[in-house]
Design a protein around this ligand. Structure first.
Ligand SMILES: Cc1cc2nc3c(=O)[nH]c(=O)nc-3n(C[C@H](O)[C@H](O)[C@H](O)COP(=O)(O)OP(=O)(O)OC[C@H]3O[C@@H](n4cnc5c(N)ncnc54)[C@H](O)[C@@H]3O)c2cc1C
Ligand SMILES: *[C@@H]1O[C@H](CO)[C@@H](O)[C@H](O)[C@H]1NC(C)=O
Length: 460
């Protein structure tokens, strides 16, 4: 008989894990404490971002699970081939992500989640909503899951499984149950930042330049970098954009004390948005919408020995959203776990142990890269030196091909290069770029000194 598995959490990663295991013949039950999001749209309001960016790692993982499903699921995504930087005068500047037109893709989060659920319905997997995992009893044989009682029944639900996959997000209950069983190193860190979701509506008349009702170019990720804070926007397929403000906590609490403050702040710092956003609506959202926090989670190991349980997705590695990799990384978790299960002929015990041992350095690398990228998005993109270094970076990659690959390319477009390898190679490349940059500055200053002396001599 096939092994039984509980996947806890029907978010993006849990759905993909359930789909992958089900396709491999496991007897899967997927649990979530929410109601079926396909039936109930109200509960999803203000749940993280409305859209997100999917890139090579996420897409390749989807394909590895089910090629046909991947095509169906990713139908409506919008490619973004670069960043569009909006300066304080409202001028825009495009910075392409790749040298060969590579793009990341904007996709509606609930469409992605719902379509994954639809694909799951075609398998033998069972979906159980309204089930909140409360406790796990670890035994030598089966793992016993206790679900909190539904409001209308007094008896808690108890079910037994061969193993458990914890995909229940940053505040994972599976993880805290595992921590009672294994010595798990664990860290949780909050950024001094909050985010507020704003909205850019579709234009009433179609704009020819963008081929639709988009107020700004849909094929770019828009950034208004203002150093300590920033605004970003990603296109939706209906012509609107989801826009997110990120800023320090105290700045936000200062601002939202009055409507006029928020209004002045928006107009002063993002002058061009008055043309594309409904300013009063933006002010209202800024004040009344939830100010969400950003948490980073790392842990080790990810499994309970004996192949009893394993953590995937945000439950194992919540990260800040600045590299657009949280879900992509979670999808990659699924691909790698499935490969290991195959390699060990279905022996969970060995597969989970190897996963914990080999995956850790990659997960630590991407959580770190994500943190660093806030500075790049909110500040560096406006710096002359950064742009100079980026040009050199691109030049070297053209000249040296596989021997020199820009970091963004390795992370977002190359699922064959692990996160840790990408970080390691990028650190070497950055050292060389910084050296050349200081050399160039040195040569420039020496030659300008000589020129100055020469001119001084000529004059006299
Ligand atoms: C503002 C923002 C923007 C982002 N942008 C991007 C992006 O562009 N690209 C990208 O790749 N990533 C992005 N991310 C990250 C991405 O959203 C997450 O990495 C991804 O959603 C993680 O999926 P998950 O399934 O692991 O967890 P979650 O999406 O958190 O899902 C967890 C599920 O578990 C359920 N659950 C929780 N506890 C229990 C319990 N006790 N019992 C039963 N069920 C439970 C929850 O209801 C939920 O459905 C962004 C995140 C944020 C906050
Ligand atoms: C995203 O998809 C959901 C569910 O289909 C839909 O209700 C919502 O309007 C979509 N959002 C955008 C901005 O396209």
């Amino acid at each position: 008989m096939s092994e039984s598995v509980a996947v806890i959490g029907a978010g993006l990663v849990g759905c993909l894990a359930a789909l992958a295991l089900s396709k491999e013949g496991y007897q899967v039950t997927l649990y979530d404490f929410r109601h079926d999001p396909r039936l109930d749209t109200t509960q999803n309001k203000n749940l993280k971002s409305i859209n997100l960016a999917i890139s090579a790692r996420g897409i390749d993982a989807l394909k590895s699970v089910d090629f046909g499903a991947c095509e169906r699921i990713l139908q409506d995504m919008i490619p973004m081939k670069g960043r569009m930087i909006h300066d304080l005068r409202g001028e825009q500047e495009s910075q392409l992500y790749g040298l060969h037109g590579e793009a990341i893709n904007s996709i509606n989060r609930s469409v992605l989640n719902n379509k994954l659920l639809d694909e799951l319905e075609k398998t033998t997997a069972e979906l159980k909503f309204g089930h909140k995992l409360a406790r796990i009893e670890w035994t030598d044989d089966k793992q016993i899951c206790h679900f909190a009682a539904e409001e209308d029944s007094k008896v808690p639900n108890i079910e037994k499984f061969d193993f458990i996959i914890g995909c229940d997000g940053a505040y994972s209950a599976t993880r805290s149950q595992m921590q009672r069983k294994v010595e798990m190193d664990y860290s949780q860190e909050y950024m001094d930042l909050r985010y507020i979701e704003l909205y850019i509506p579709a234009t009433k008349v179609s704009k020819q330049e963008y081929g639709g009702n988009f107020a700004i170019a849909p094929d770019h990720l828009h950034i208004w970098p203002r150093h300590r804070f920033m605004l970003i926007a990603l296109a939706n397929s209906d012509g609107s954009f989801t826009s997110t403000f990120f800023g320090p906590k105290d700045q936000i609490s200062d601002l939202i004390t009055s409507e006029s403050r928020v209004k002045n702040f928006l107009v002063e710092n993002f002058p061009d948005i008055v043309n594309i956003m409904d300013l009063d609506d933006a002010v209202k959202r800024f004040i009344t919408y939830p100010k969400e926090s950003l948490v980073c989670v790392n842990c080790k190991p990810y499994d309970v020995p004996g192949g009893k349980a394993i953590l995937l997705g945000d439950a194992a590695h919540a990260m800040v959203p600045f590299y657009g990799q949280g879900m992509n990384c979670g999808f990659e978790d699924v691909r790698i776990l499935m490969e290991l299960l195959k390699k060990h002929s279905g022996d969970c015990s060995s597969a989970f142990v190897e996963y914990s041992q080999t995956r850790h350095k990659d997960l630590v690398s991407i959580t770190e890269l994500a943190k660093r990228n806030y500075k790049e998005m909110s500040h560096d993109v406006t710096s002359k030196r950064f742009l100079f270094r980026r040009k050199l970076d691109a030049l070297f990659s053209v000249m040296m091909r596989e021997k020199w690959i820009p970091l963004y390319t390795m992370v977002s477009f190359r699922s064959d290069i692990s996160y840790s390898k990408a970080l390691e190679r990028a650190e070497k490349q950055t050292r060389i770029l910084k050296f050349l940059e200081s050399l160039a500055i040195g040569i420039l200053s020496v030659s300008s000194f000589k020129l100055f002396k020469f001119l001084a001599r000529e004059r006299s």
